[in-house]
Design a protein around this ligand. Structure first.
Ligand code: MRU
Length: 344
């Protein structure tokens, strides 16, 4: 049975602004910000059992591919506290890997943890797991900062003299969705820091409304933005009100086809139709080189209750796949690549 999570409310005066680290260690447990309570309330949860970590990922208390990966890595460390033989290690990894299917960072982080831990004796594993989880988290923050720098260079080639540069994004691929900095929003934060005049169109992202998280992040950092209903995106792209679309990714296949939050594909289609560049920003850990193309990416089907309806038949696919042919470029910590140029 799941144990009660310890809850800590954020002091009223505290502000969470970029750069902010979403996962922290405290005396052998991890502390996360409960994203199901945002943007209304900033509540921290202390997770100290494997079940709590698995629940936090499945219920989207933590979400966003890179943060899911880092949280799972820490989940291994927590899960090995009372025993770390091969059977327990496998059980811990299996519990965590089954939480969410699409974000490949989860599988990536767990397979990195397994390889590292299998190479040492069971009594060394708990300590080694904390060490490796820390490394995964630190590397994610660094990769995302680099994505910001490359993305900024791209945005600087696009600035218009007479009005703010207008970026459209989807879902939340900001610092909340990663260990720090964000992916799609990292170039936006870098641009804001470089005093570029920038505006962000933020789509609501039904049914889970992650766009509200993006609007909250941008508000906290004083970045000019406008929240829109998902279906308004096509009109704005047609009207020439968007200079560039930048989205995150949950899994990028070897050929560049990209799974991201449901609704991304429609934005990519509309962007192509109206000649607006469409970029994906993601760390290399989001690229699945074992997956040849988008048709092999598993799409998470979430509970019908998320749609808040009593309709008898409901489908709730949480992600869609944007074909590489609609993607102008992929921004990673190594630079800006054509989808066909991805290399391990
Ligand atoms: O279901 P979610 O909220 O975990 O989905 C998140 C997304 O689709 C993000 O765009 C993606 O993970 C990139 S996060 C940096």
């Amino acid at each position: 049975m799941r144990q009660r999570q310890e809850i800590q409310a954020l002091p009223r005066e505290a502000k969470l602004i970029h750069p902010y680290r979403t996962i922290a260690e405290e005396d052998g447990v991890i502390v996360i910000l409960d994203q199901t309570r945002l943007p209304g309330e900033a509540v921290f949860l202390r997770l100290n059992t494997l079940d709590q970590v698995a629940h936090a990922i499945a219920s989207m208390q933590v979400r966003g591919a890179p943060l899911i990966g880092a949280t799972a890595a820490y989940g291994v460390a927590i899960g090995l506290a009372d025993g770390a033989d091969d059977v327990r290690l496998q059980q811990v990894v299996e519990t965590l890997v089954s939480t969410r299917p699409t974000a490949v960072n989860l599988r990536w982080a767990l397979s990195r943890m397994s390889k590292r831990l299998e190479a040492v004796s069971p009594h060394q594993r708990a300590e080694m797991a904390w060490h490796e989880a820390r490394a995964i988290a630190a590397e994610d923050a660094m990769a995302n900062a680099d994505i910001g720098r490359y993305g900024l260079a791209l945005l600087q080639t696009m600035t218009a003299e007479d009005r703010p540069l207008s970026v459209m994004t989807h879902c939340n691929a900001g610092w909340l969705a990663t260990v720090a900095h964000g992916t799609a929003l990292s170039p936006v934060y870098a641009a804001h820091a470089a005093k570029l005049d920038i505006h962000v169109w933020v789509s609501e992202t039904r049914p889970r409304n992650q766009g509200l998280l993006t609007a909250w992040e941008l508000e906290q950092s004083g970045i000019n933005h406008t929240l829109i209903a998902d279906n308004a995106a096509g009109l704005l792209l047609m009207q020439g009100k968007v200079d560039i679309v930048i989205v995150g990714a949950d899994r990028i296949a070897a050929n560049g086809d990209t799974a991201n939050k449901i609704g991304t594909y429609l934005k990519a289609l509309a962007a192509k139709a109206h000649g607006v560049p469409f970029y994906v920003a993601a760390p290399i850990s989001t690229i699945d080189f074992y997956c040849p193309d988008g048709s092999a990416i598993p799409i998470e089907e979430r509970a019908a209750s998320e749609l808040g309806t009593s309709a008898k038949q409901v489908a709730n696919p949480a992600f869609d796949v944007t074909p590489a042919s609609l993607i102008s470029g992929i921004i990673t910590e190594r630079g800006v690549h054509l989808p066909s140029e991805l290399r391990p």
